[in-house]
Design a protein around this ligand. Sequence first.
Ligand code: ZN
Length: 686
Amino acid sequence: MKSRWQDTEAEAMVTRYAQQGIGRDVALRVYTSRLLGQDPLLVMHGGGNTSVKTTVKDLSGDDVEALCVKGSGWDMGDIEPAGLPAVRMTPLLKLRERDKLSDEDMVRFQRANLLDPGSPNPSVETLLHAFLPHKFVDHTHSTAVLSIADQPNAAELCAEIYGKRMGLVPYIMPGFALAKKAAEVYEADPSVEGLVLLKHGIFTFGKDAREAYERMIAMVTRAEERLATKRKTVFDAAPLPKSLANVAAIGPIIRGIAAEKDAKQEGAWRRLVLDFRASPAVLAYVNGTELKRYAQHGVVTPDHTIRTKNIPLILPAPDAGDLAGFKKAARQSADAFVAAYHAYFQRNNAGRDPAKRELDPLPRVALVPGVGLFGMGRSKKDAAIAADIAENTVLTITDAEAIGTFEALSEADLFDMEYWSLEQAKLGSAAEKPLAGQVVAITGGAGAIGAACAKLFKDNGAEVAVLDLDGNAATVAAKKLGGTALGLACDVLDASSISAAFDRVAAHFGGVDIVISNAGAASQGRIGEVDEAVLRKSFELNFFAHQRVAQAAVKIMLAQGTGGCLLFNVSKQAINPGPDFGPYGLPKAATLFLSRQYALDYGKDGIRANAVNADRIRSGLLTPEMIAERSKARGLSEHDYMSGNLLGREVTAEDVAQAFLHQALSLKTTADVTTVDGGNIAATLR
Ligand code: ZN
């Protein structure tokens, strides 16, 4: 690992922050924190922390000796000075005299001594930073160092690699006791340049930012060099089926077995979203004959527990010719995983601490021989974080096994970390949105109604796939939604295009739960005279396309086994035909009955089917030119034409999206038609 320190960059940062009134020490602290935080082999997703001891002004303008230490919720890779809250040094040092300090008291004490009460909580490792005398202290969960520190003979290895340059701290959970122990190890030999924390990570320190940072790089490099020597063959590959099922085929099965019924609401499921990885390193790892031994010890550093749980779910290699067999075996594995998690909680919470409530027992990582690994989470973002950490774990354990044997923490230590209130607090307690964990695919997704649906469903917590005939428009629409939305080309007239798009959705998110079949176009002709070709073409788009989309979705929903919701955009034409609009209204009427047929045939599978019959929405079907022409023909202003309904209110794409959302959330509603037309008595139902 190379040092990325550059004098010019460092000085540029000092100059830039000086303009904001930030001192040199904090500016350089930001600079090297980012250097460390941008390398996933050192720090991932909020892990690690850094500090500087400096003089800052308090709110009354007086100089105060303070520790500026990474705040909770900040990522080192893009940290700002605000992410390094200042805590008064003198009171922090006084704590050293105590014998005991509870986590809650520690947090309260640290908060009480913040210079700015609006700051985020200082890191749970603040006291460790404070008790070391050095000006700059850096802490990472380096992959290479963990490959060494997660060995039964880690002490010997560290002596071999570092001699007396690094102190060795036994595993203690982060907090007051660890801070005291680390200080004692340092004081026993103040010549050390850093500390290796067994089964946790590494600290380095120095008189200035560069020294602390470059010591980190040097010590990690030494670990890397050791890992490159005296290696043994790591993983012997287990035999695999001749033809392996692909991610699109197994994603929905895995998503299904990793879902649980929501006890609070009949018909509701707690689902997870998936994120797939298959680097050569991942494949070598999941294909190993001893996977069950080396992969199920526990996390490589305790901080990862909240993201990945302690152990992954291991599934069999999926034979493409026997998906049913894979599903059955995967279900058994998942049931065993959940049962083992309940037992783990019971075993380790023997004191029945009422403050500890069992977390959901679902896995957050699945390993599939022959295929790769899946990160799982309540959102695509969380799934990707779990997958990032799982990939990092693969590297750590691979290197550990190459020079020895990977050994994780004891189960009791893992439990203490997983159920540590301060760790749980990192995940936040914000209420989940109603569609969290669900995936929605929307055809015609780049048009007015599609885009309104995409936004509303995304705002309600769903992961969104925007499908549109125009692939570029779909990508743009997805980008506009921001975050994790996916944009895909999909020609609903072409069955192979539909199945390719749904395969992509299944491979990307792990499946689909809600489909808004929205693509369509109006065509006209007096029914007695219209060319049959016009009628057939309209049936292709306004009926058969809905059928093909629904079929592709149902296939995935059945593989998941967690129900689902089909939503069809049928026009008021389905109920109240307009003159000369037969070619449009007839297939829409058939689509209305299509939704009822799906409701009937798949109700027992928990799949609901509903339709919205909307009228007079500004969209690709009703362009500004058409509005101008029609209002003129009726002698109305455009406003009066658009709001020409019982309520006298113009109906918008957002109103249609609201109706679809309502149907998606109403778990006891199927075969429903919701009218969104401001009142059109001839188009009412029954
Ligand atoms: Zn740490």
